[in-house]
Ligand binder design. Structure first.
Ligand SMILES: NC(=O)c1ccc[n+]([C@@H]2O[C@H](COP(=O)([O-])OP(=O)(O)OC[C@H]3O[C@@H](n4cnc5c(N)ncnc54)[C@H](O)[C@@H]3O)[C@@H](O)[C@H]2O)c1
Length: 305
């Protein structure tokens, strides 16, 4: 049964990925409500006309009251503590938001479950291996963030067995694009290039990641929600190609049409546990016909303009 819900409540809908997703849902004709504590997200990024519930996802009663008031057909649960250094600095907070918050959402909707639910999970649920990661691979997260998201997926899977709700665990790879809220390496590079620097101060250059544009992610989440099947299923959202930090700098140099050197500075070096993180995207391509349209070069060209 492929159909787009009429009304979607998006937790974290004022954030980076969430706001692009809301834009996409509105374009597709959906009504949206947003639940967000605005700790990272911005009210201005929420499409006009949407109801905003300014609620902390850890507030069980507040989440239940927002759901009861909105009465959506579907829930997209994106609110989370996502930036890995922030999670590592505050693992208990990450657990309360990412796991406790997901539990609160599922408890809030249990009495009147929505038709569909999509949960923003992550590539960080996978083991530390370099080959393209398929959903058939057993999850084996190596950090706190990945463990909190895997716990969220498992809560969603249990919920799907107890209700009629069609559930999706969407495993996002490295999302890039306008409105990025967290100080990841790509916005750092873009900021330094835009400032006119000919020598960038960066940390590790070798790690390779699968960078996917937020507009593509928004389209993928919409198509997964539309085509959700009974039960719970996991889908990767990535491009299927991996790119190093050094490659990003080279692409910026071509776009800016100037030589850009790099100086590695110790204070920016991080203990990197994963050298390569790349998606196998055959499942989502086959199931809903989605594939990324934005190239890294196009996204960078827009960000550098
Ligand atoms: N950006 C990525 O590369 C990426 C990759 C994998 C998974 N994800 C997942 O996608 C989702 C969205 O990530 P994002 O990049 O848009 O991050 P983000 O920080 O921009 O968005 C999270 C949103 O949740 C809100 N939020 C945070 N804590 C909250 C709380 N306690 N109560 C209510 N709202 C709260 C924030 O204000 C923000 O609007 C997250 O679940 C994240 O784990 C993102």
């Amino acid at each position: 049964m492929s159909s787009l819900p009429r009304h979607v409540l998006v937790t974290g809908g004022a954030g980076f990925v969430g706001s692009h997703f809301c834009d996409r849902l509105v374009e597709a004709g959906c009504r949206i409500s947003v639940l967000d504590d605005l700790s990272r997200g911005k009210r201005d990024w929420v499409p006009a006309g949407a109801s905003i519930y300014e609620v902390d996802i850890r507030d069980r009663d507040g989440v239940a009251a927002a759901y009861a008031d909105a009465r959506p057909d579907a829930i997209a649960h994106l609110a989370a503590l996502h930036f890995i250094p922030a999670v590592d600095d505050a693992p208990e907070l990450a657990d309360a938001i990412n796991v406790g918050g997901t539990r609160n959402v599922l408890e809030a909707v249990r009495a009147h479950p929505p038709e569909r639910l999509i949960f923003a999970s992550t590539a960080a649920v996978y083991a530390n291996v370099s080959e393209p990661l398929s959903e058939t691979r057993a999850p084996a997260p190596i950090d706190v963030y990945g463990r909190t998201k895997l716990a969220g997926e498992q809560l969603v899977e249990a919920f799907a067995t107890e209700t009629e709700t069609r559930c999706v665990n969407a495993r996002l790879f490295n999302v890039i694009g306008p409105r990025e809220t967290n100080p990841h390496v790509l916005p750092e590079i873009v900021d330094q290039v835009r400032s006119g620097a000919d020598e960038l101060e960066l940390g590790n250059l070798e790690p390779k990641r699968d960078f996917v544009d937020a507009r593509d992610v928004a389209a993928a989440l919409t198509m997964l929600l539309e085509n959700a099947e009974p039960g719970a299923a996991a889908y990767n959202i990535g491009t299927g190609t991996s790119v190093s930090v050094a490659d990003i700098v080279r692409t910026c140099s071509k776009i800016a049409e100037r030589e850009i050197a790099v100086r590695q500075v110790p204070e920016r070096m991080r203990a990197v546990e994963r050298q390569v993180l790349v998606a196998d995207v055959s499942k989502i391509e086959n199931a809903v016909g989605w594939r990324a349209r934005w190239s890294l070069r196009d996204t960078l060209t827009e960000l550098l303009a």
